[in-house]
Write a protein that binds this ligand. Sequence first.
Ligand code: ATP
Length: 526
Amino acid sequence: MSIVTIYTNITITGKGKFFEVLIGARPEPIWQLLSKVGILYTLEPIFTIIFVVEFFDKYKVGELTSLLTSDLGSLKTIVSDNYQETVIGTLCLLFALSPQLAPVLGLLMLTVSAVVAVYKRTTVSVFKVHGSALATIADCVTETFAAIRTVRSFGGEKRQMSVFGRQVLDYERSGMTLGVFKSINESITRVAVYVSLMALYCLGGSKVKAGKLAVGTMVSFIGYTFTLTFAVQGVVNTFGDLRGALAAVERINSVLPGAEIDEALAYALEKDLKRRKSHDPNLEPLLANSNGKMQTSSVGYMSSLKSASDVRKLAESGDIHLEDVSFSYPLRPDVEILQGLDLTLKCGTVTALVGPSGAGKSTVVQLLARFYEPTRGRITVAGEDLRSFDKSEWARAVSIVNQEPVLFSVSVGENIAYGLPDDNVSKDDVIKAAKAANAHEFIISLPQATSALDTVSERLVQDALTRLMKGRTTLVIAHRLSTVQNADLIALCSDGKISELGTHSELLEQKGLYASLVGSQRLAFE
Ligand SMILES: Nc1ncnc2c1ncn2[C@@H]1O[C@H](COP(=O)(O)OP(=O)(O)OP(=O)(O)O)[C@@H](O)[C@H]1O
């Protein structure tokens, strides 16, 4: 009687790439056969299967068959994480099981390999397009959230949504194309397998009939061919995809309940989208769930918001008051950044806001731009509470010029168009805006590169700003004394309040914090 034990010692540190399979010819002692059949190894990373065989009796076909049949299951389980290795390992065992059926198996392998090779060649570009479509979506999302303040200050939400929607549609299209390729590959492969199966039945059947092959051997042969080449592949792939998708859904679900919806902004966007006559197909997938109904809960209040023309009129004619404004950031509700701040920005004048680092100057700007609402107190424009203004319209009335401007990864022209109110901005509008910013000459000298904007003379930018500020209500936050001292009014912010107010000379005379900032050169000519 044969007593054969197989010890498997498997080390997997990655996917195997190079295999050398030694296949022995029968009949010969089992340990020799197994040592030749079973040594699979990869050079890098290491994938080694070592069979240690204890052999006490002579080799018998039937026992070998049952041994392979019973132990192959565990071997399959062990290596099933690595599909390629599974196939190659299984093939070795199948060759050992029945060299008579090997030609059919070879045919199957050749056909499948050819299909896979052709498929891989033809789908490289499809995969690339699909991958880059996904990367583009990721870039767009990263860029949008990194520059969310710029997006909001220009009222660019709809534009970003449209760009995102277009990219999602591109991704969907490339996914469909890829799906077609995958289906064709799957179909051809399956046809190859079924044809091979028929051939196996014919060939194997004739050998069984002639008494040259055991029925069990043939059944095992066919069974393993299918189980290991397709079922395992299909199940592993499907469950892999499903697991990934479920994990993603779980992550999304863990984030969504904590997200707060800015209802005023959501309402303004929906209203804006409805008002536009032009139909943007890129936005459709993103709005598919709204069914044309407002999603916001306070529609009554929202629909009483001031119209575009009212907002513009009030912004152009009225003073802006911050009245007893207190504010804490949502993530730090216990820290009050502004504590009853009062400030008036006179219509058409320049107010400079100065103060120590962390005093809350940028926070004031963010409240004025309505990135946040005051926790207490209110901001009024010409006596009207800012909360009664449509957020999108207010974004159009307010411009924020950052010290470090954000540029989106589109052309210079598209970056300029971002700040213009209409969706269909003409080239002339862009040129006009570029001229107003003293940037036209410089831009037309550029080959394509936006990064060279660093070389624009700061003087030119300053001149353009000075010109554009005329007649506009302006709040300047600056550390440059020349900018500050020319302002109509200087407000010093400290401890969340305005503690000093006046012109440059008045504040110097007060000999307070402003005078000491100037004295210590924290406000300085540069
Ligand atoms: N998003 C935020 N969440 C929580 N705290 C914030 C946030 N943004 C700013 N802060 C905190 O609010 C305080 C005021 O910040 P702010 O940027 O308004 O000061 P600043 O006067 O403009 O300072 P600087 O001159 O250094 O720019 C700081 O302590 C800052 O850490």
